[in-house]
Write a protein that binds this ligand. Sequence first.
Ligand code: PLP
Length: 365
Amino acid sequence: MDVLEELRSFRERDLPYSRVLSSMCTIPHELAVKAHQLFIGTNLGDPGIFPGTVELEKKLIAMLGDLLHNKSCAGYICSGGTEANIQGIRAARNVMRKREPNIVIPKTAHFSFEKICDILCVEVRRVSVDEDYKVDLAEVERLIDEKTVAIVGIAGTTELGQIDPILELSKLAEEREIPLHIDAAFGGLVIPFMEDPYPFDFANEGVTSITLDPHKMGMATIPAGGILFKDEIFLKALEVETPYLTSKMQFTLTGTRPGTGVASAYAVLKSLGFEGMREIVRRCLRNTRMLVEEMAQLGFEPVIEPVMNVVAFKTDKAEEFKQELYRRKWVISTIREPRAIRFVVMPHVTEEVIKNFIAEFRKVI
Ligand code: PLP
């Protein structure tokens, strides 16, 4: 068998996105794929060799800064939300310079924070959430002490798509002079395009860094995560010397770093524009509503009224449903608490996909 044939045979065993209702990734936009191909082989880890790609990344960061109400923000495109969160917390820790540092995060935070506490040796203090699954502000305040190097708020939780009270977190962060990192890995390219968007970004003085991933709702090719800082000080706090490269210093976590994510993210945002993104988000929200209505007819109630295109439905049989659907080659997920099945209504989850899913789910229940 020729090697390409062999590769194809492996690839054919993967599930098509049209059966995936659990993922925050999606089919990349066709322009993203073209842009990706154009930049294959680029390495932003050695910037002197790729000045064009470096310039393009600056343009993309400025574009994202414009979206996040800080035209002069600093940052870069990385491997994903996990790396962006690591770097956000690492920068805060390095700027704050405390012995035995701790961070205060909502219980609903993504599991990347488990890795962060392990890698960065910071204590992670988890805060309960209220009945709407938003972080409890009084508890955040109680858990902060003189060794706290960052507070974390989430704009679009992984499990429910909920947004923490970032206005209040920002005020608290300002008062106590503690960096505030916002994990908007998912929500960062949803919220700005909603009607009446919640102000989760740098418009709040206390917000010092934001995770925002183009490879999620930005329809860029994987890998394309994003970490953005309020100003250069945080990037500087990440620098190490790079003796034998074309640059003197490097602030990224990985060394070799593809330019493909930069190019594909830029291609999508530039070609669709903010108006085109609004249309994509509008469609995803409309389809989320459709899913809620279809599930209501089957007797399922959402855990919270969906805030964005993530929704979970209460059921004691969550695990059973997930496994039976997987046997039938449909992918959904479950959440930690309460027992529920979870859906992410990405751009590939069209009306037709929802109809097909509901027909199958009817058989399962
Ligand atoms: N943060 C949030 C809120 C997420 O939902 C996710 C992934 O779903 C991540 C971080 C991690 O992103 P990645 O898988 O790209 O590392």
